[in-house]
Design a binder for this molecule. Structure first.
Ligand code: NAD
Length: 309
């Protein structure tokens, strides 16, 4: 592992890099020698309108601030311009090494009041946008046997949050998407991870109290994005939570559970009622452990366990 993580000769696409977290990632990558495609539609928080200024400002910051790095702007929406975002990277720099799916919007409303358009538009940007860009970059990564992909999830995706059924659905979908791509990308040295950040940006500035916002500089998120996308790091298939300088990994956990005899006379809702405490027990039992599944085979183990009776 090198002492300093350099991104010299690496080409990084960051969506939504005209502001907030994406801008900080772009500056950090460029500082370490990367060539960065600064994609941003430049719309409102709800995803309305567009403006080239957001991406242009960040490209100028890079060009004026970091002589080792380079940058090019792209103003496409991830919803319908993904192919062109990748072409921008190929035209300007000849390759794609890293994709950071970061672009995002919010259309919050309690579920009863959420319009179908509000639901769909949030899925379109976060989930379908990440899918389309990754799909366009994937063959280039596969061909060169190198790729690093970061998908941006959210606590609302992992745990749910009032008023964000659309956003939660999109963000948790990105976890499943990432876990599958991590498996498919493994033999091509394509690593795929999810980050679950909390940071100060226009997304959070009106909902988090100012004294907490002060601790949530987006600069405290960027180090993990750079670490996970470096060529010397092959961490994959993982989810990380990070905020205010705290970094941790999140994983699935299966309770130690309960095995029932597959007899319709005894395997009844009433039997579940009686044994419920054992089904949802998260302590190891003498014959069965709490487990942390990471692949389908770990699920299929359930059948093996049931056969034990
Ligand atoms: P932000 O609004 O500052 O940045 C999002 C950027 O995406 C904006 O610059 C916007 O113009 C751009 N964008 C929106 N739609 C686009 C589209 N269709 N095509 C291209 N660009 C588009 O917000 P942020 O807080 O920096 O959020 C970055 C990512 O992090 C988002 O995916 C967000 O959901 C996620 N996230 C943020 C937090 C947080 O605490 N800030 C928490 C969890 C997840």
């Amino acid at each position: 592992m090198p002492e300093k993580l350099s991104f010299k000769d690496k080409v990084v696409i960051i969506t939504g890099a005209g502001g907030g977290l994406g801008r900080v990632y772009a500056l950090e990558f460029a500082k370490r020698g990367a060539k960065v495609v600064v994609n941003d539609l430049g719309g409102s928080l709800k995803g309305e309108g567009h403006n080239a200024r957001a991406a242009d400002v960040v490209v100028n910051e890079i060009k004026q601030g970091f002589k080792n790095g380079d940058a090019v702007a792209n103003y496409d929406s991830v919803t319908d311009g993904a192919e062109n975002i990748v072409q921008t990277a190929l035209r300007a720099f000849g390759q794609v090494d890293v994709v950071v799916n970061n672009a995002g919007i919010l259309r919050d409303a309690s579920f009863g009041k959420m319009t179908p358009q509000a639901f769909q538009s949030v899925l379109d940007v976060h989930l379908n946008g990440a899918y389309k860009l990754t799909k366009a970059a994937w063959p280039h990564m596969k061909q060169r046997k190198f790729g690093r992909i970061i998908n941006t999830c959210s606590p609302a995706g992992l745990y749910g949050n009032f008023g964000q059924a659309n956003y939660s659905a999109a963000k948790l979908a990105l976890v499943g998407f990432s876990e599958t791509l991590a498996k498919e990308g493994f033999k091509y040295n394509i690593c795929v991870n999810c980050i679950v950040p909390l940071a100060r940006s226009r997304m959070t500035e009106k909902i988090i109290p100012p004294h907490i916002l002060k601790q949530l500089a987006p600069e405290k998120i960027a180090p993990l994005v750079l670490y996970l996308t470096h060529e010397s790091v092959n961490v994959t298939n993982s989810i990380f939570e990070l905020a205010a300088g705290f970094y941790a990994q999140v994983r699935w956990e299966r309770s130690s559970g309960q095995i029932f005899k597959p007899d319709p006379k005894t395997l009844t809702p009433e039997a579940l009622l009686k044994e419920w405490g054992h089904i949802v027990e998260f302590k190891d039992k003498s014959f069965q452990k709490v487990e942390h599944p990471v692949q389908l085979a770990d699920y299929n183990m359930l059948i093996t366990k049931a056969r034990q009776l």
